[in-house]
Structures are given as structure tokens and as C-alpha cells.
Design a protein around this ligand. Structure first.
Ligand code: ZN
Length: 103
């Protein structure tokens, strides 16, 4: 292989490499933008939750009495009762509602 041939091949490969690098950078940037958009969408769902005052969840609970059947491993829990989950300042709080979901 002649030196000129090697140099020509090298320059072709270098151009290809820079194109690949550019394509990778573009895709990485796109990925970043897309994942940020996804995150924003998730945050707006959270904001919507806050707007309606949180999300209501039906859950079985332990009453907290150490002598109760619910304290035993695998024991029957109480309820299910409604709980209101709200997010404030990045912290999720749970409020006990009761047997009936508020209208
Ligand atoms: Zn109990």
C-alpha cells in the first residue's frame, strides 16, 4: 500500500468518524430533551394531583395496637379504608379518611 493511499483512506475514515461523533452527540442531546419532556409530563401529573387535593387510595391498615390480630405477621388487617395521598414540597403525606370516600 502506497503512502498516498494510506493517507487518503485515513482522511476518509476521519471524516466518517467525525460524522459518527456528530450523530452520537445529536442523539444524546435528543435523548436528554426527550427524557426531560417525560419528566415534565410526570411533574404536571403531580401538579394535577395537587390541584384536586391529592389522590385517594383504598388501603388495609394496622391499627397500631400490639395485642391486635393485625399486629401478628400475616394477620388480618383492618379496612380497607380510604387514604388521601398528597404531595407538598416534594414530600408525600398520607391522611386517613375513613370507610367512605368524600364526594
Ligand atoms: Zn388492629
Amino acid at each position: 500500500m502506497k503512502i498516498e493511499d494510506i493517507e487518503r483512506r485515513l482522511s476518509v475514515l476521519r471524516v466518517q468518524r467525525s460524522r459518527i461523533d456528530y450523530a452520537i452527540e445529536t442523539l444524546e442531546l435528543q435523548l436528554q430533551v426527550e427524557s426531560n419532556a417525560k419528566k415534565r409530563k410526570f411533574e404536571s401529573n403531580e401538579a394535577q394531583n395537587a390541584l384536586i387535593g391529592g389522590s385517594y387510595v383504598l388501603q388495609k391498615v394496622k391499627c397500631g395496637k400490639p395485642t391486635c390480630h393485625c399486629a401478628k405477621p400475616g394477620g388480618e388487617l383492618h379496612g380497607p379504608y380510604w387514604h388521601l395521598y398528597t404531595k407538598k414540597d416534594g414530600k408525600t403525606t398520607c391522611k386517613y379518611i375513613g370507610k367512605n370516600k368524600p364526594k
